[in-house]
Every structure is written in C-alpha cells, then in structure tokens.
Write a protein that binds this ligand. Structure first.
Ligand code: ATP
Ligand code: MG
Length: 270
C-alpha cells in the first residue's frame, strides 16, 4: 500500500478557476520526487492539497491509510510538513531558536530533548550561530533555512518543499542536498517543487512534470529531459549539459556532466 495516494483529484479556487484536473499520483516512504513545470502549472496548489490546507473539489487523497477529506490541517500536519514558497509566510517568532522550537514545544517536547532536536536541525541547516538572532535580521536565503529547520523538527513522514532552491547560492544548494539525503536516510518522503533543472538532475531520479493543472508525465530524467514535446509543453529548460551534447552531437543522451564525459571519452577512443 502506498503511503500517499492521490486519486482522481480536481481542485477549483473560489473564483471558479480549475487549478488541478484529474491528478493521480502515489508516493512511498523513502522516496524523493521533484515536481516541475511552468509558472501557474498547479504545483503549489497540489502541495497545499497534500498538506490539507485546501481540500479537493473532487477525488480523494489518502495518507497513511486515511482519507484526509475529513481531517483538519493540524491533523494532517502530523504526517505532512510543508515548507512554504516564501519563508515570511511561515516565520512568526522573534528569535531563530523559538521559531524552530515552536512546533515540538506545542507537541509537548521539552527540556533536553527539545534542545537536542532544535540543535540538530539548526546544525543541519547551518543556523547554529544564528539561534539568538531575529529571523528578520537574516538574509532571505537564511530565513528559508529557518523555515526548513522549523519543519525538520516535526519529524513527520512527509516533507513538502516549495521552491527551496530559490535565491540559494552554491553553499545553500549543498545544504539542501544534505538535508534531503538526511530525510531519505530516515525513510521519509520528500517532494520538492523547483525551477532549478540542475538541482533536479543532480538529486532526483523520479520527476513529475505538470502543465495547465495536469500531470504530463511521471518518469525519470532521460525520458523527460530529452523529450522535446514534454519540454515545450511544460516550458522546461533542458539541462545545460544536455543541450550542449545535442549541439555537439554527443550520443547517449547525457544529462549529467559525468555522463557527458563518459560519452565524450568513449567517442575519442572509439
Ligand atoms: N487563491 C487563488 N485564487 C484563484 N486562482 C489561484 C489562486 N492561487 C493560485 N491560483 C491560480 O492557480 C494556478 C496554479 O497556481 P499555482 O500557484 O499552484 O502554480 P505553480 O505551479 O506553483 O506556479 P509557480 O511556479 O509560479 O509557483 C495559477 O493559474 C494561479 O494563478
Ligand atoms: Mg508555486
């Protein structure tokens, strides 16, 4: 049985706009998945349904054997943690420590156990030296890690990351990779929305492409990043290394630098 099943889900906003049309997907524990696609494709809307912030207009979402239709967002959030696209929609405490500690404290964690999980999350997110600071005195990219740390401590089974790569430099991207690896090692589900195709090819094998409120394909990198029709429909940029390979006529449809070099060297010695 899948941990998350999304079954024939439709979603309409109050103004009548149908943002999701017949979505079917499954996710299992220990899986990391990237959701990509043009602006307005419905990616954030979908995460807000998985998180229980919005309810499907039609169809069902089953998480951990329970239909979340009748659950409150607070109940769903025991299984599902959501890192908002904009950290400022999430942060409300006056110092980083309190922000990270807020959720577990509310769940009754205290004393040394609380301190331990806050420090572990802070370290993973590179925030150890910022714990006493006001989150709003930190740069946007660091605030995003504050919002990530404050959901890591919830220890839910599912982590939804909405555009975690936005505004991050190389160190920030490496930190994100480390956090995702940490969660996967703990057998969690990580679902990430991103517009950063290099981040996708370097970190995800399973990729879901969305366009116009629909799922276009749920597959692997090669099937997606070498398919011109999919790239056009979802307005996706082919990863740099793949378009270079295409221009140079390098065979084997490489997606990563490693694959490109392998193809090039077998070319040279052929
Ligand atoms: N509150 C709302 N009321 C009406 N329409 C909305 C609302 N929020 C989003 N939409 C519309 O629903 C569609 C899907 O939006 P959504 O935010 O899910 O897209 P997205 O794939 O996350 O895009 P982006 O990559 O730009 O973040 C868009 O056309 C958007 O304008
Ligand atoms: Mg979005």
């Amino acid at each position: 049985m899948n941990f998350i099943s999304i079954d024939s889900v439709f979603f309409e906003y109050d103004n009548g706009y149908e943002a999701l049309k017949n979505i079917n997907m499954e996710f299992n524990l220990g899986e990391k998945v990237a959701i990509i696609g043009q602006n307005g494709a419905g990616k954030t809307t979908l995460l807000k349904l998985i998180n229980g912030l919005n309810k499907p207009s039609k169809g069902n979402i089953i998480i951990n054997k329970v239909n979340i239709k009748d659950k409150t967002t607070a109940e769903v959030s025991k299984d599902v943690s959501y890192v908002f696209q904009n950290p400022d929609d999430q942060i409300f405490n006056n110092d980083v420590y309190s922000e990270i500690a807020f959720g577990p404290k509310k769940n009754g964690v205290k004393g040394n156990s609380l301190k331990k999980i806050v420090y572990e999350a802070a370290e993973l997110c590179g925030l150890t030296d910022d714990l006493k600071k006001n989150p709003y005195d930190l740069p946007y990219a660091t605030r995003k890690f504050v919002s990530i740390a404050s959901v890591l401590v919830m220890q839910s089974n599912v982590f939804l990351l909405d555009e975690p790569t936005a505004g991050q430099d190389k160190i920030g991207i490496e930190k994100l990779q480390k956090i995702i690896d940490y969660l996967i090692k703990k057998n969690k589900i990580v679902i990430t929305i991103t517009h950063d195709m290099e981040f996708v090819v370097n970190n995800f094998d399973r990729i879901i492409v969305m366009a116009n409120g629909q799922k276009i394909i749920d597959s692997n990198k090669k099937e997606i990043f070498w398919d011109e029709e999919i790239l056009n429909v979802a307005r996706l940029k082919q990863p740099y290394i793949s378009s270079l390979a295409k221009d140079l006529g390098v065979p084997g449809q490489p997606i990563t630098i490693k694959e490109f070099i392998k193809q090039k060297s077998s070319d040279l010695y052929a």
